[in-house]
Ligand binder design. Structure first.
Ligand code: HEM
Length: 152
């Protein structure tokens, strides 16, 4: 039997992904308390915000208007927001995508998440963005940034 998973097509799949991801985050040892204890996240507003965020990133619709850098910078004095936390966040995000979806969009959303984790981590911790040191890039990222630079 082959199991065929769908790719991410639009809003419906984004909502499934976000709901599943944050269900896992909330029970996660490393990340759960940051939302529920430190930030005291209101899930009724956070989840729709994240649907909008990912719909905007993936499909340029969704109408996300927020400030992800500021939202995470606020957490820095309250808890550790280091590479370990971001790597763990990414591991959880990637495995959630892989459990639900397969395809080009599924690959794309994982790459976007990795890029954004780098940007948020480096900005809030005032360390150099790894994109400025080509030694830190994966071959895939190096190729993508080279293409971006060529068209920017
Ligand atoms: C260590 C990893 C991370 C932790 C602990 C974390 C935690 C949080 C928390 C506590 C909030 C505020 C929720 C609230 O309103 O109460 C938030 C907001 C948000 N997070 Fe994260 N986050 C992490 C990584 C990421 C990454 C890698 C992305 C993007 C790919 C991301 C995207 C967002 C966005 C878009 C918001 C909403 C920002 C706004 O209100 O404008 N987060 N996050």
């Amino acid at each position: 039997m082959f199991e065929t998973k769908p790719d991410i097509q639009g809003r419906a799949e984004i909502e499934t992904l976000v709901n599943t991801f944050y269900d896992r985050v909330r029970t996660d040892e490393v990340l759960g308390f940051i939302f529920d204890k430190i930030a005291q996240t209101n899930w009724e507003t956070h989840l729709p915000k994240m649907y909008a965020f990912w719909e905007t990133v993936m499909f340029r619709s969704g109408g996300f208007a927020g400030n992800p850098i500021a939202a995470h910078a606020k957490l820095v004095p309250l808890t550790t927001m280091g590479r370990e936390q971001f790597d763990h966040w990414l591991l959880l995000f990637r495995s959630t995508v892989d459990d639900l979806f397969v395809g080009e969009k599924a690959e794309h959303i994982k790459n976007c998440a990795a890029d954004m984790a780098n940007v948020i981590y480096s900005k809030i911790n005032s360390v150099a963005d790894p994109r400025f040191d080509p030694a830190n890039l994966t071959p895939e990222q190096r190729e993508r940034y080279a293409r971006y630079k060529a068209t920017a």
